[in-house]
Design a protein around this ligand. Structure first.
Ligand code: GLC
Length: 351
């Protein structure tokens, strides 16, 4: 799959038909997979490519369109070759993983990764708790998460309406003079999961102090009755989603309580991995995009945090035919098949 998805421009497509361009956090996970497959040169090439359109403030766009003849979203994003928002800065982890495997990572790539994380730490608007805001739901990577349902309008969540709202939210993004997205007054949300990944990647790049500060701020977001970290923007900002348990990566204090839910079949347990939404939430739907299926990249991250889900990631990747996401109880493949980040199963398998 990885070889079939490799493109001569130097990156791996998530899926050849559904996702034929380069996505930022996908590419970071692909780099980890390439390294585990014994191909560190490809891993580095893919990371360089993912970071290639970084701007002078450090902002890294979340989609790149490296092939000039295949740039259908230029008017949507307001720029030709890339999107104008970002995704979780997983390049910190990818580079640290390469270094742990003995790969000599060139300084210029490390410098770009540090600049990407620093952009988020220093130029992004913060909320009252001192956490970093995203400018758009897509920046979290968790597009249709029920955490955002209250932003969909008074009539409740509806897929088509949500897509329109997401389009509208692009218009209110505030930008620096060079075009980097720095705030969105119409969406001032600082998600727990995004901040956890920012802190985790900062720590992976040696920015310990900055990582600790965010981890401390996340501590104020723990909801003891719900056993989740809240997004802090609204009541539905504490819907129990699996990405909201990612602070366990950087916060030992609540780790045991948070991760205990992966052994509970009424919570986040599942033979083929943790469902994206707690099973008792009214929005839980095990076949619906971001509203219940298992996501391999989140499962991998939770395994890194100490959750007992590595074997389930492997079982789900195999049963689903390396799907984009899958059913937590049957392993039925959902979304695009095959999807490159399901290759993360070889990483935990080899661990
Ligand atoms: C979907 C996912 C996003 C991912 C992209 C490519 O948009 O929600 O997280 O990066 O697909 O796989």
């Amino acid at each position: 799959m990885m070889h079939a998805h490799w493109r001569p421009e130097g990156y791996t497509v998530p899926n050849a038909t559904v996702y034929p361009w380069q996505w930022l956090w996908d590419s970071c996970f692909h780099a980890v997979v390439w390294a585990a497959l014994g191909e560190p040169a490809r891993a580095l090439t893919e990371l360089r490519s993912a970071l290639a359109d970084q701007d002078e403030l450090g902002f890294v766009p979340h989609v790149r369109y490296p092939v000039p003849g295949s740039r259908p979203h230029a008017s949507f994003w307001g720029r030709e070759a890339s999107s104008s928002i970002t995704q979780p800065p997983m390049y910190g982890h990818a580079l640290a993983e390469l270094a742990r495997r003995g790969v000599d990572v060139p300084d210029d790539v490390v410098d770009r990764a540090v600049a990407g994380v620093r952009f988020l730490l220093e130029h992004r608007a913060r909320d009252d708790d001192g956490l970093v805001t995203v400018v758009h739901p897509w920046e979290t990577g968790c597009d249709d998460s029920p955490r955002f349902d209250h932003w969909c309008g008074a009539d409740g969540w509806d897929r088509r309406r949500w897509y329109e709202v997401k389009g509208d939210l692009l218009a209110t993004v505030e930008r620096s003079p060079c075009g980097s997205p720095v705030a969105n007054p119409a969406f001032p949300v600082a998600p727990a999961g995004f901040n956890a990944l920012l802190a985790f990647n900062a720590a992976e790049l040696g920015l310990r102090h900055e990582a600790d500060e965010l981890a401390t701020a996340l501590g104020r977001r723990w909801e003891p009755n719900l056993l989740t970290w809240a997004d802090g923007d609204h009541a539905s900002g504490c819907v129990r989603t699996v990405d909201a348990l990612l602070p366990a990566l950087v916060s030992p204090r609540r780790r045991a309580e948070a991760l205990g839910q992966f052994d509970d079949d009424a919570a986040f347990g599942g033979r083929f991995g943790p469902p994206a939404v707690h099973r008792a939430e009214p929005s839980f739907d095990p076949r619906s995009y971001w509203r219940g299926p298992v996501w391999p990249q989140l499962t991998y991250l939770l395994a890194l945090a100490g959750a007992p889900v590595g074997d389930r990631l492997v079982a789900g990747a195999v049963a689903s035919g390396l799907a984009e996401y899958w059913h937590p109880d049957s392993g039925e493949g959902l979304g695009a098949v095959p999807q490159s980040w399901a290759g993360l199963a070889v990483v935990v398998d080899g661990a």
